[in-house]
Write a protein that binds this ligand. Sequence first.
Ligand code: BGC
Length: 667
Amino acid sequence: MATYKLSDFTLDEKLHLLSGKDNWHLWDGDGKLPLLRLADGPHGMRIYNEDGSVKPATAMPCLSAIGSTFNRELAYLSGNTIADECIEMGAAVLLAPGVNTRRCPLNGRNFEYFSEDPFLSGELGAAYIEGVQVKGIGTSLKHYCANLREYDRFYQGCDIDERALREIYLAAFEGALRAKPYTVMCSFTPINGVYASENRYLLKDMLRDEFGFDGVVISDWGAVHSIYKSVKAGLDLTMPYRADNYSRLKEAYERGLLSDEEIDFCVRNILTLIERTQNDRKVVTTTKEERYQNAVRIAKEAVVLLKNEDGLLPLRAGNVLISGSFVRRPPTGGGGSSFVETTYVQRPLNELLNEKGGATYETPAGHAIDSKGKIPIGLRNLYHAAYGKDAVVLCVGEDNTVECESFDRQSIRLNPQTERMILDTAAINENVVVLVYAGSAIDMSAWIDKVKAVVFVGFLGEGVNEALAAILSGEVSPSGKLTESFPLSLKESCAGTDPGNGYTEWFQEGIFVGYRYYDKWDKEVLFPFGHGLSYADLTYSNLRIEKKSETDYTVTYDIENRSDFDAMEASQVYVSDVFSMVTRPKKELKGFSKDLIPAHGKTTVSVPLNARSFAYYNTSLKDWHIENGIFKILVGASSRDIRLSADIEITLPDETQYSVYFAQHVM
Ligand code: BGC
């Protein structure tokens, strides 16, 4: 039975409820209702003290890094861990996770999103939400939708065709919504000419009617331009507080622009949210140390080994030089509202590595990277120390001053001084390993051929050094995979630098985003979507496909490990429509699995496929449609490393189909 009834509230109280009490709280009816606090995520708690300072919290790996784990269980674990801190710090709703489909490598917030693939983002987003909400804390799925650049972020629009909107941008939200987040946060973005906060098609037709969302739609902070238009379109809660929110609503009501039903609809949703967050599931089950260990566990599975010539890694013997200020102060995340102020003091990576035994690590005296983590200094000292070493590990990349909410990156290359440092070191020492810290694609073409090994660290939260020590020493075999294609250069990507005419951007590539784009135009990439090497020697075999119904299948295969390393492997199942009446991507990710393949062992992996795995959005039918015919099932270690393949044929009843061939062979 509902605790709070509409009839308990006057019109004025209802209007007050439709916007925040301040920056972080819902209006509480002057004590009539519990005071609900919202706090940022998604990489840990970001919650403020009275004096405006940020409370310290556990910095978990960024969503981009969780993406790289390809592991639903770890997305759940991250949410679950953060929920404990929400309980401790008194937040009712965590403003997370973000599932926007990464389109442009320059986007300053790519590290806050899982992937360029909507299926992967939807799956991991759902698991994260479940992990939080099982503890009685609400989530806010964001930024709905198409928040894809930071360029002029409050106003920059995008013009997206219906198929791309459905298959690429909404699909990630649709997937994550299965976990029933308590709230959804609308984006700042105008989409096809209407701000997300006023977009009835997105907020009502799609979100509520089609995707069945029954929670509260919250505005991103400042995304509302006309509060009554937003309420009419289906936005329940305007954040943050603004002095004129109430009076504007009242005026609109008095002028007959806003009806009682429209107001009651939002109030009912807000009261339901308040009820949902009053529960007895809020029990803290982890200690601070356990949360740190969870961060390390996730980080270990997120590290991506991009290149490993001659099996240089793991470094098990010899004298190794490891350089860069990231050794002591690695970036833990990107900047902005998702940045977590951890108090965890990193132990230097060289120290952790020396404790593992095997190789010995030293850092070069008189060499550093400047305080912003960007410009290398004392290079002569570095090169002198590098000379004659068995290997040199260079820690380079970006931090929260380069990848940050509110602006885009200027370039996807490392700064010129860093590129030069890599090349000059490689001229002195033939065993250079580069560790790249970043939250999105990096163009490495200037130097990659000159170095032996490259590890994409990502933004791993506070467990970063411990995870790296485990990987570099060989204690753990790397198993992270890229969730974003790394192009040969920025201009090769579907979005590039161009934000359209300067205030709105036409997404002319349509559905061909990320690997769908590089595949369609047969473009070479630096590293494809899904790529990531292992220390283990893994072989895929024995593909079999069990048909459960005309559109439900179980894809099963074996992965064998012919090495001494226990290894986790993220295997990927792509579907390709062989003949189609519409243009479709060459292949699309429709399933994945992360499994332990023990040393000298074999694991059987099973991945389900369902109707959506074969469907495309048909704009004539205004519905998802499966066209009968042959589909290829491709099992890969990456999107460009397909190891197994088989065909299936779907034959749905004739009345569900539209004529395809000239010669009628049906009724
Ligand atoms: C960001 C959101 C964030 C909110 C509250 C906005 O600027 O876009 O992701 O949750 O601020 O901090």
